[in-house]
Design a protein. Structure first.
Length: 326
């Protein structure tokens, strides 16, 4: 019998949290910013799905190729079928290959964890019809969701955590290592984490991937201003801002910014605040750090994992690292 949880997840990020983060970020004196998680409302999530199909953006296809080629080895790390949790599940399309690797081992329990309610609804729709799979979506932060999963998992029941794509690249390097350590603190010995990381490649390729010719990434980025207008009574005029993708060589990361095309003042009604912009001043919206293979394995070891396997794609340099909790 196929079962799934109700399409409405348990909780959603509150508007007051969005307001607090936007107000804090846009008044930061050194660099205006908005946390990248707020790019993913219903419109942003849909636009990101389009980005994954663009010819310039090879990351998602590399991720899918690696899972297609290597997912059948994942059950080898377990004595029994694990509970599966996915951080930043999105629509869950790539996850199907991992879940199917367990074949007739018995009914599975899958927890997609995402802050986007829309993405979770799509994920539940995409995977909820899978025979023998119970889908329990959790709309919350990654670590809060993972703690809930561990609390619901019986002693002795193994856990497989998926952190695919390259979301870890949105953290700066110290915070990425800290985040992996907090994942390890939450897990039990012998649990498994599969971590996706985008690897270093020619800067020209990266810039094209984050500033595509069709302008989809630009629309994705600018939609953040639309979201502030819709949800926080903002008065941003999108024609007065432009998407910008920049390579930061010292930090080895792509940065996405929204650049003010002129001196202007923008009111945010819910905050009862006016934010001033100089011509050329930017709102920093996302970072995408790039790694090398040895760096990723070492980051996992420092967090308390053993790197027991690492799959890499030669066409678009990308890695999936299999970490075993020590």
């Amino acid at each position: 019998m196929t079962r799934s949880a109700p399409a409405q997840p348990e909780t959603a990020i509150a508007t007051d949290e969005f307001l607090r983060d936007v107000e804090h970020g846009l008044t930061c004196p050194s660099q205006k910013y908005v946390p990248s998680q707020y790019l993913y409302d219903a419109v942003g999530s849909a636009l990101f799905e389009v980005i994954t199909l663009l010819p310039e953006y090879g990351l998602t296809r590399a991720d899918e190729r690696l899972l297609e080629a290597s997912a059948d080895t994942v059950p080898d790390y377990f004595d029994t079928t694990p509970v599966v949790a996915e951080l930043g599940s999105g629509s869950g399309t790539k996850t199907r290959r991992v879940l199917s690797a367990f074949g007739g081992a018995g009914p599975g329990l899958y927890y997609p964890i995402d802050i986007s309610v829309t993405a979770l609804e799509r994920c539940t729709s995409e995977l909820g019809a899978t025979e023998g799979l119970i889908v329990e979506p959790l709309a919350c932060s990654y670590l809060d969701g993972l703690r809930r999963v561990v609390d619901r998992t019986a002693d002795g029941q193994p856990l497989l955590v998926l952190f695919l794509g390259s979301t870890i690249g949105n953290f700066d390097r110290p915070h990425a290592g800290e985040f992996l350590s907090r994942i390890r603190e939450t897990l039990r010995a012998r649990d498994v984490l599969i971590l996706g990381t985008d690897l270093e490649k020619p800067v020209a390729d990266l810039l094209r991937a984050y500033d595509d010719a069709a302008g989809v990434t630009a629309a994705f980025n600018l939609n953040l201003l639309c979201r502030i207008n819709r949800e926080l009574d903002g008065e941003f005029d999108l024609s007065r801002f432009a998407h910008a993708a920049r390579w930061n060589a010292s930090e080895r990361r792509i940065e996405m910014h929204l650049e003010s095309l002129e001196h202007q003042s923008v009111r945010i009604g819910r905050a009862d605040r006016v934010v001033d912009f100089e011509r050329g001043e930017t709102i920093w919206t996302e970072s995408s750090h790039k790694f090398d293979r040895e760096e990723v394995a070492d980051m996992g070891r420092r967090a308390g994992f053993s790197c027991v396997a690492q799959w890499t794609d030669p066409e678009w340099p990308f890695a999936e690292s299999v970490f075993l909790a020590d």
